[in-house]
Design a protein around this ligand. Structure first.
Ligand SMILES: C[S@@+](CC[C@H](N)C(=O)[O-])C[C@H]1O[C@@H](n2cnc3c(N)ncnc32)[C@H](O)[C@@H]1O
Length: 276
């Protein structure tokens, strides 16, 4: 079954961050594929959390290996008034972008402000670091008139109130998942699966074929514990064959956030696999 996805999310059910591989175009489709009920919602590669913000589950565990990202969500959830005050004072500027980029603040709020500013103005919202872990994405070619909607940020802050947030690897993020819980995995594409510049440079380490194998092993293990799992993968034979043939499989076509020239959006075929 192929679904050509043009769905758009409205208002506050959209993510607050721009993120490579973000699933906001697919979120309504993914929502329609959720199990009817679940206990705790887990999203161990949360990124911009398009599905999380679309469904706003009552109890969630969100994690990612990107420490700056997780710190931003923690500050958004726990220190919204302070974050709001700082962000309100900022406007789009090339000089400010490169000043933020060159800075390495220690305070949690300052780190969150820097992260939000770079995310808002970087080329295609890309988060990419060099081998030393230094953020090195250039500014995008168009500066927005409005930086953030405080109403949108506040709504995201409220959505995060029900979530535990952890900066950790997916291999340990679901250790406490129990029968009836639900896990959504949205791993980066394997190296070479896309041709956008730096598409899968989310974190200092890239997501390797071994990571994909470990993910598939983990999903089999979660399946044996009766945890419900949905995973999205590139439509590639070598990835599909890591999973049991019994998994329900849907082919979806979405627009990728990152493309070769940064202006057009490419159509990408992805598979959504479910163990329920
Ligand atoms: C495709 S993005 C997820 C996009 C997300 N579904 C959204 O809507 O924005 C993949 C995420 O996996 C994270 N990631 C990469 N390697 C990871 C690992 N080993 N464990 C946990 N998260 C990882 C990246 O930092 C990135 O945020």
């Amino acid at each position: 079954m192929t679904e050509h996805v043009r769905n758009q999310l409205d208002g506050t059910s959209r993510p607050v961050l721009r993120w490579a591989g973000a699933k906001q175009g697919l979120a309504p489709t993914l929502k329609s594929l959720l199990p009817p009920t679940w206990g705790t919602y887990y999203e161990p590669m949360v990124g911009a959390g398009a599905l999380f913000f679309c469904i706003r589950p009552r109890r969630a565990v969100l994690s990612d290996t990107n420490h700056d990202l997780v710190n931003f969500y923690r500050v958004l959830r726990d220190r919204f008034p302070q974050l709001k005050r700082r962000l309100q004072g900022l406007s789009a500027s090339v000089d400010a972008y490169y000043t933020f980029r060159a800075s390495s603040p220690r305070g949690l709020i300052q780190r969150a402000v820097r992260f939000a500013y770079l995310n808002r103005l970087s080329w295609n919202g890309l988060y990419r670091v060099n081998r030393l872990g230094t953020f090195n994405v250039p500014i995008g070619d168009r500066l927005p008139d409005r930086m953030w909607s405080m109403k949108h940020l506040e709504s995201a802050s409220e959505a995060l109130m029900t979530a535990r947030l952890r900066a950790e690897d997916f291999r340990i993020a679901t250790a406490r998942a129990r029968e009836g819980d639900f896990v959504f995995f949205d791993p980066p594409y394997p190296r070479g699966a896309t041709d956008g510049i730096g598409f899968n440079r989310y974190a200092p380490e890239t997501f390797t074929p071994k990571d994909h194998e470990d993910l598939a092993i983990l999903i089999r293990e979660l399946t044996s514990r009766n945890v419900r799992v949905m995973v999205t993968i590139a439509n590639a034979e070598h990835l599909r064959e890591l999973y049991p043939a019994t998994f329900r499989t849907i082919l979806v076509r979405s627009k990728s956030l990152i493309s070769c020239n940064g202006h057009s959006r490419r159509n990408v075929d992805e598979l959504v696999l479910m163990n329920y």
